[in-house]
Write a protein that binds this ligand. Structure first.
Ligand code: ADP
Ligand code: ZN
Length: 290
């Protein structure tokens, strides 16, 4: 049996077909243009396969509330043309299959829980530090929604006393995304993050903010694994810095060996490489069929 997945991003949409074991049998990617032409091209791709269900891990904000009239929509996004786009409904109508729908980061943690580094966990989180900061939350065996969905990339942080940067988020001068996303790094230091690899002060400050956010997520969600990724985390030297920072901030209070003794196996990159998002989308489709 085949399942389709879409990792719907603001820049590109990755589409894939996989079997029930999560083995990808085909994939393609299209640039995100206006909704109609982008979604029609994707529908034509999936019509070449007999898929039993489709899952979408979507850029947000979205409406994940099944009881809402706008369930399955992208809601008030700054991405021009995409506000109030009924993306899940479009594919349900075009493909006549069940369509699972969630945020891109909830998709990514679902992928890691199902086939990756968080297999067997009841509670785990996926944090991406990239163009934005997003957090996917899996708790008590399911993905977390509530009023809407977690927006934990916008938690407020304690500013570093030497950091005078105004922040990149138009809503909050001192949120995680505004202080630590890739564009915030570029804006603060005057160069794209990837070109700042040799500047220790850049990564010390970055680790200072990521560690604060991760410590807060550990305190609030009590995850059994913390998966940390996104373009900025390609600076893999950040991992040991973040782990040490988290231990210092928690200061022994979360008294569990995962944090106190084995943090190198606790705050980790995804096991699915660059694929947790697309595999998680496939899994959203499988769950919808069930
Ligand atoms: P998105 O968040 O748009 O899905 P990414 O997760 O790839 O995409 O994140 C893109 C951001 O990551 C950009 O701001 C970019 O500058 C930054 N980035 C990409 N590669 C690196 C790198 N090797 N080192 C540091 N930052 C990087
Ligand atoms: Zn913010």
């Amino acid at each position: 049996m085949l399942f389709g997945g879409i990792e719907a991003g603001g820049t590109k949409m990755v589409c894939a077909v996989a079997d029930e074991t999560g083995k990808l049998t085909d994939r393609m990617s299209v640039p995100t243009r206006q909704p109609e032409e982008t979604l029609k091209e994707i529908a034509a791709y999936f019509k070449r396969y007999e898929i039993a269900a489709l899952g979408i891990g979507c850029f947000g904000p979205i409406d994940p509330d099944r009881d809402s009239k706008t369930y399955g929509y992208i809601t008030k996004t700054p991405k021009p043309g995409w506000t109030d786009c009924d993306i899940a409904g479009f594919f349900r109508r075009e493909l006549s299959v069940p369509v699972g729908f969630d945020t891109d980061v909830n998709g990514a943690i679902l992928g890691e829980v199902t086939w990756g580094a968080a297999r067997g966990c009841n509670c785990a989180i996926y944090i991406t530090v990239g163009t934005g900061v997003g957090v996917g939350v899996y708790v008590n065996g399911g993905l977390l929604h509530g009023l809407v969905h977690p927006e934990a990339g916008h938690i407020l942080l304690k500013r570093h006393p030497k950091d005078t940067y105004a922040g990149h988020c138009p809503f909050h001068p001192e949120c995680m995304e505004g202080l630590a996303s890739g564009p915030a790094i570029a804006d603060r230091w005057g160069k794209p993050a990837a070109q700042l690899a040799g500047r220790d002060e850049v990564w010390e400050l970055e680790a200072y903010y990521i560690a604060q956010a991760v410590a807060d997520y550990i305190l609030t969600y009590s995850p059994q694994k913390v998966i940390l990724w996104g373009g900025v985390m390609h600076q893999e030297k950040l991992f040991p810095m973040v782990r040490t920072g988290v231990q210092e901030l928690l200061n022994g209070y979360v008294h569990h060996p995962a944090v106190t003794d084995a943090i190198a196996d606790y705050i980790i990159p995804p096991a699915l490489g660059e694929d947790p998002g697309i595999l998680g989308a496939v899994r959203l489709g499988m769950l919808e069929l069930q």
